[in-house]
Design a protein around this ligand. Structure first.
Ligand SMILES: Nc1ncnc2c1ncn2[C@@H]1O[C@H](COP(=O)(O)OP(=O)(O)OP(=O)(O)O)[C@@H](O)[C@H]1O
Length: 351
């Protein structure tokens, strides 16, 4: 049974941002032999990705390096243009770049980058960064009060102590809080957080994740949390999407995906994550054989892109790309793009 792509509870009115069939291929410079054969090659960074961000919910996008997560964030933030597919905010598709509707979209969908040091200008103070963002987006606001609000909201208090500081005078966690405050200055409805804690010391990561959770609850933000760390997604996200080689291979509510992972790749990710409860050397029998590397995105494998690494690969997996299939058949919304969940295929394989 193909899983429904319609949003489940909470209702469709809670949908803030939606992407359908989102695809980004980066052209690769042609080699001399490509000129002869007229081959046009491309890195298929994102292929046919669908996602929904809902008000007051965190959706985690998990996958290993190079799986296309950051490209999805840059597409949603309109920093790069998609090759195909559509992105809509409250049901309105973004069609043109420029103009009032596009500017409103860019205000309402804000991106927080992985490296707060690189995203803040070292020659400007916190006051400058935040004032500039406020002036661009809300010319009529009382700036002093707004600065105070923003810094309090990201728990940099007392605000007066931080306004005159330069990025190098702040800790990594404080810098990321300033970057988050700058995103909030626009008054967004969706926040795209691209590995927001991966450059921070382990000891302060939890504080920043708790801040994002607090913002989700207080401001009803729709948050996309991009990470390679499935353990943090388990802790933090309402919904989880798992990306492999440019495609989303599993999705559902956070608990289902992380506690009852269905796709062999998700199981591999979980088995590879450090887990203090697992005895060293002990491996899930499902994942023990799944070694190997992710495939080339210029020439990805036919069929399921995970099949060369999959311990359960069947003949069909090598030729046909699996659709989203319901994992439990009870309408929970937990799905996997894996032929293991196609009843006729499994029956055939068993005979
Ligand atoms: N501008 C670009 N031109 C060509 N290829 C690109 C470009 N940007 C990204 N890619 C390629 O697209 C693929 C996906 O990259 P992306 O950065 O989205 O992955 P990621 O999952 O975010 O990885 P990481 O966690 O390492 O950032 C990679 O193979 C990358 O080399």
């Amino acid at each position: 049974m193909t899983a429904s792509t319609k949003p489940t509870a909470p209702g469709a009115t809670d949908v803030v941002l939606e992407a359908v069939g989102l695809t980004k291929h980066f052209p690769v410079r042609r080699r001399p032999r490509d000129l002869l054969t007229r081959t046009r090659r491309a890195v298929r960074a994102v292929d046919d990705v669908g996602l929904v961000l809902r008000r007051g919910q965190v959706t985690a996008m998990v996958g290993e390096s190079g799986s296309g997560k950051s490209t999805v964030a840059r597409l949603l933030a309109q920093l790069v243009r998609q090759t195909s597919g559509r992105i809509s905010l409250h049901g309105d598709e973004v069609r043109t770049r420029g103009g009032r509707a596009f500017r409103a979209y860019c205000r309402r969908v804000q991106l927080v980058f992985q490296d707060p040091f690189a995203s803040l200008n070292p020659v400007h103070t916190v006051r400058y960064h935040l004032t500039r963002a406020l002036r661009i987006h809300h010319r009529d606001r009382d700036v002093t009060a707004a600065l105070h609000d923003l810094l309090t909201r990201v728990q940099l208090t007392p605000p007066e102590q931080f306004l005159a500081k330069y990025p190098h005078e702040l800790s990594g966690g404080q810098r990321q809080r300033v970057a988050i405050a700058r995103a909030l200055a626009a008054g967004p409805e969706a926040l795209l957080a691209d590995e927001p804690v991966s450059m921070l010391d382990v000891s302060i990561r939890l504080g920043v994740l708790n801040l994002l959770r607090d913002l989700r609850d207080r401001l009803d933000l729709a948050i996309l949390y991009i990470t390679h760390d499935i353990a943090s997604a388990r802790y933090f996200a309402d919904d989880v999407l798992v990306m492999y080689a440019g495609q989303v291979v599993e999705g559902g509510d956070g608990e289902a995906v992380t506690q009852r992972a269905a796709h062999p790749y998700t199981r591999l990710l979980i088995a590879s994550a450090p887990d203090p409860d697992r005895i060293a050397g002990e491996a899930d029998e499902d994942t023990a054989e799944s070694g190997g590397e992710p495939p080339s995105l210029i020439d990805p494998p036919a069929g399921c892109r995970f099949h060369p690494r999959c311990p359960h690969a069947m003949a069909r997996c090598r030729t046909e790309a699996p659709p989203r299939l319901s994992v439990d058949g009870n309408g929970s919304g937990h799905w996997a793009a894996c032929w293991l969940y196609d009843a006729p295929t499994v029956a055939e394989a068993a005979t």
